[in-house]
Ligand binder design. Structure first.
Ligand code: NOJ
Ligand code: CA
Length: 707
């Protein structure tokens, strides 16, 4: 599965500088092509720091490193360098499914051994990896006689900026990433302004910090995005914002149950702290830095999972057409579990069969079924959520055996749903039986959910406790040949390289907000920001493909804030190996010409070309489908209409393609006329050029088949 074409470990330099404390002995590592340089040194007080240059200009200025601990002295000054070693690496590996098949992993590594000069003499490594598209660095704490456990009160990693960048950010919420992005100057970031705006089942925004990925654009055209890679058994990192000094400092997610934020036994290493640095927006999306900083596949053969499009008993609940629960009634102003059917339950055998039939007829591989199991009567708003959800027992009107065998006959797979309601102990207890049940019925993907405040109380979604919950669930699921798509998740940090069964996740304001949010849903600029922020972290289960954009028959005050053409474009723009066709069967059947695109579009890619883009404004991406060699192109814009000129020089010179173009019609507009869609067929080859007009909140999608 993975091929290592070349693994070159060359000791380029070994700089022995034990005992030196002058600022003259800067240790430097360049990226392979030399556009990025990291410099490391210790100041006169023994404080370690680094700087980063991009194209010979300082991109990250003197930034100090360190830790505070509970029960022991901080590590931040009085430190000396014992050794430093640079090695060059050039290899490639294969994604079992992904944005591309072969990933180049080329970097130079600088490994520095540090030691305290004073009595305690604790040691640690700082390791930098310099790539041509950014850097990653982490701390490694080796085994040592006088130090066996660390209670990390705070990590003191700084990122000092050299410009008051235009910044695309969400607040450093410890519980949820489902916020709209703000676009402000760095000096104007105000995370606290979100507190009044959120109306979520869980949210905790402690100070002026941002969540990652946070993306910035400079006057010269430099693009930076800050994030982390390989978040394992550690707390998620938010970034504290110092608007006066243009500085970010790590601020780990904590817990109300401990006075420290992370507990580790030595030896251990932290996640990688990452900075993607490019000179154009499109290269941020093309960057593989985050996955490259993760370990290779540890779970072996994953051929039991196949990327797929899926439909589901889902949007209808968000629209209020049906319910998750089977028998809840409002009696005297209170929700009461009557145990009797109220007749609105969505996950019935019959309804699911209609989705199976539709999927089978339209080249869609999966059907998600939410609300199939008991517990939904008490899933939200209740404090005592432990013991409520049952991941084995279906409601009386849902026959799991019948549904899964009917699906199998039709070549469709049922996608399991586990809404844990953030009651972690209940979920943990049932995981083995629940995953074994899935395996028994031939179900290989589960959508999990963590709505609500975490139980046990005092824990946050993004703290060390929950990081372990999410990771352990996925690792266990793999042993039952189950792939995981978590909602209300911990952020993606490239772990899909190590555990490919972590297929996708939410972790942003998804399509569902358009169905019910009181603030008008996701504005047209949302996804042109998401493509350059959240999407840099990894696959997104956004659930595109809503055709009935206004759905006035269900909710008059809500709508999707894009054109229909943009809904199609999202199948290409947003990457996920599970891609939902979210709308109701009847809405697809009413528009077979647009549905043809969903039917044709791929979900697994040989290669990806990011054609053009500007953060927050627009983006166009082309992807070549594995096996067929067909190409698909998607482009989206914010509230500003624009013309995009497409250059097809990425196509195979020898081939010509029949291209079906789905674009905004002349009167299209996300609000006034979202359904104006024009479909045309042309022949395209590598020397073709095409001007496409995108409406306000619009987009286009092209499917190209070899002639
Ligand atoms: C929130 C998820 O994002 C959504 O997709 C799901 O339908 C509900 N929770 C219920 O689990
Ligand atoms: Ca959600």
């Amino acid at each position: 599965m993975r091929i290592k074409i070349l693994s070159l470990l060359v000791a380029v330099a070994l700089i022995a500088c034990a005992g030196t404390n002058s600022e003259q002995d800067t240790i430097k590592v360049n990226s392979p092509s030399g556009n990025i340089a990291v410099e490391f040194n210790i100041n006169t007080k023994g404080r370690p720091y680094y700087t980063v240059r991009f194209n010979n200009s300082v991109a990250i200025d003197t930034s100090y490193l360190g830790f505070e601990f509970e029960g022991s002295e901080p590590i931040k000054s009085g430190i000396k360098v014992l050794s430093a070693k640079i090695t060059a690496h050039d290899e490639s590996w294969e994604m079992p499914w992904g944005e591309q098949r072969v990933v180049a992993n080329r970097y130079n590594e600088l490994r520095i051994l540090l030691k305290e000069e004073k009595d305690e003499e604790r040691a640690l490594f700082v390791v930098f990896k310099a790539y041509d598209d950014g850097i990653g660095f982490r701390y490694e704490f080796p085994e040592q006689d006088n130090w066996t456990e660390a209670r990390i009160a705070e990590e003191l990693t700084e990122f000092n900026l050299t410009e008051d960048y235009k910044t695309f950010w969400i607040p450093g919420d410890w519980d949820i990433y489902e916020h709209l992005y703000s676009t402000t100057k760095f000096s104007e970031i105000d995370a606290q302004s979100y507190i009044e705006r959120t109306n979520l089942a869980q949210s905790y925004i402690p100070g002026n910090a941002v969540n990652t990925p946070v993306t910035m654009v400079g006057e010269s055209g430099i693009h930076l995005s800050f994030h982390e890679a390989a978040l394992i058994d550690y707390a998620g990192m938010t970034l504290q914002v110092d608007t006066d000094n243009l500085r970010l400092t790590s601020n780990l997610v904590g817990s109300e149950n401990t006075s420290y934020k992370v507990f580790k036994k030595l030896p251990f290493e932290t996640p990688w702290r990452t900075i993607q640095i490019t000179d154009k927006a499109s290269d941020l999306i093309a960057s593989n830095l985050i996955v490259n900083l993760n370990e290779p596949n540890k779970i072996g053969d994953v051929s039991w999972f196949t990327p797929m499009k899926y439909t589901g008993v889902w949007w209808e609940m968000h629209l209020g057409k049906s319910s998750w629960d089977y028998g809840m009634e409002m009696i005297n102003g209170k929700w009461v579990d009557t145990g009797k059917a109220h007749g609105k339950h969505g996950a019935t055998t019959e309804n699911v069969k209609s989705f199976i039939d539709f999927s089978a007829a339209n080249n869609i591989g999966g059907v998600l079924v939410e609300g199939w199991n008991t517990g939904w009567e008490r899933w939200i708003g209740f404090e005592d959520r432990e013991g409520v959800f049952d991941f084995i027992t279906p409601y009386p009107d849902y026959d799991l055996e019948e549904v899964t065998s009917y699906a199998a006959q039709k070549g469709v797979e049922i996608i399991m749903h586990h809404e844990t309601s953030a009651a972690t102990q209940t979920y943990e207890q049932q995981q083995d039986t629940a995953y074994a049940l899935m395996n028994h019925y031939g179900m290989h993907a589960v959508k999990s959910g963590y709505v609500g405040k975490i139980l046990p109380k005092g824990e946050y979604h993004h703290g060390q406790y929950m990081v372990n919950q999410y990771n352990n669930a996925a690792i266990k699921a793999a042993t039952y040949e189950v792939a995981v798509n978590a909602h209300e998740p911990i952020k993606a940090t490239g772990l899909r390289r190590t555990y490919p069964n972590i297929i996708s996740r939410e972790g942003l304001r998804g399509q569902e907000f358009n169905a019910w949010s009181g603030d008008g849903g996701n504005p047209p600029e949302h996804l042109p920001i998401v493509a350059f922020t959240r999407m840099l972290a990894g696959p997104i289960d956004f659930t595109p493909g809503v055709f009935n954009i206004k759905f006035n028959e269900y909710r008059e005050d809500n709508q999707v804030n894009t054109t229909l053409a943009q809904q199609l474009a999202l199948y290409v723009v947003i990457y996920s190996p599970v891609q939902m066709a979210a709308d109701l069967v009847e809405h697809y059947e009413a528009n077979p010409r647009a549905l043809q695109f969903i039917k044709d579009v791929g979900v697994d890619w040989e290669q990806t070309m990011v054609l053009d883009g500007a953060v927050g404004d627009y983006v166009a991406i082309a992807r070549e489908e594995r096996e067929t060699g067909n190409w698909f192109v998607g482009g989206i814009t914010d509230e500003n209409g624009r013309t995009m000129t497409l250059d097809f020089s990425f196509l195979d010179k020898e081939e010509s393609y029949k291209a079906t173009i789905y674009k905004d019609g002349p009167l299209a507009h996300w609000d006034d006329n979202p359904l104006d869609l024009k479909i045309e067929t042309v022949e395209i080859s590598s020397d073709s050029a095409l001007d496409i007009v995108l409406a306000s909140g619009g987009g286009f999608a092209i499917s190209m088949q070899k002639i």
